[in-house]
Ligand binder design. Sequence first.
Ligand code: URA
Length: 199
Amino acid sequence: MAPNRTAQLKKIRDEIWNLSKSPLYKYRIKNKYFPVIGEGNHFAKIIFIGEAPGQREAETGRPFCGAAGKILGELLISIGLKREDVYITNVVKDRPPNNRDPEPVEIEIYSPFLDRQISIIKPKIIATLGRFSTKYILEKLNLPEKNGSITKLHGAVIDAKVPFGEVKIVPLYHPAVALYSAGSRKILEEDFKILKELI
Ligand code: URA
């Protein structure tokens, strides 16, 4: 019998904990940070994929638990969902120094873990938060939208076929943009309503 989802996800966690080949591993150890694997419902219909952990996330090991996470939580509540209903993770599982953008080599090292998380959880909806996860998923699935900017793609519903079935990809702005711009927050609220209709 195939190992259950929790066991498979735990294996991913163990592998990332020991990922000494990552350029971010030393930084994690030096700062006594945690890797941020992902959390939520292992049978979630919807998975949210961010970019990489920030400081608060690396200090706690929990995705989206800082300022951007507060906004994500509010957006979820606005469509009648709780964090526990969905699965939340990132493309890169360790904090890049000073919250810099992830390097291509880091995305290359960590993204196979994201691919495995998706194929274990088998969501119906993949909501990408921000340009890095959007680009990664659209390129990975080789979708025609792969070269589009997040400004154009946010709120779109893109149908895709994956080995476990059909999924809908919904690119969204990263919730952190709402920290600096009330207009972006409004756009996120509107785009989340699309998610609500899909569920
Ligand atoms: N930003 C992200 O992209 N991911 C987190 O987990 C926190 C902030």
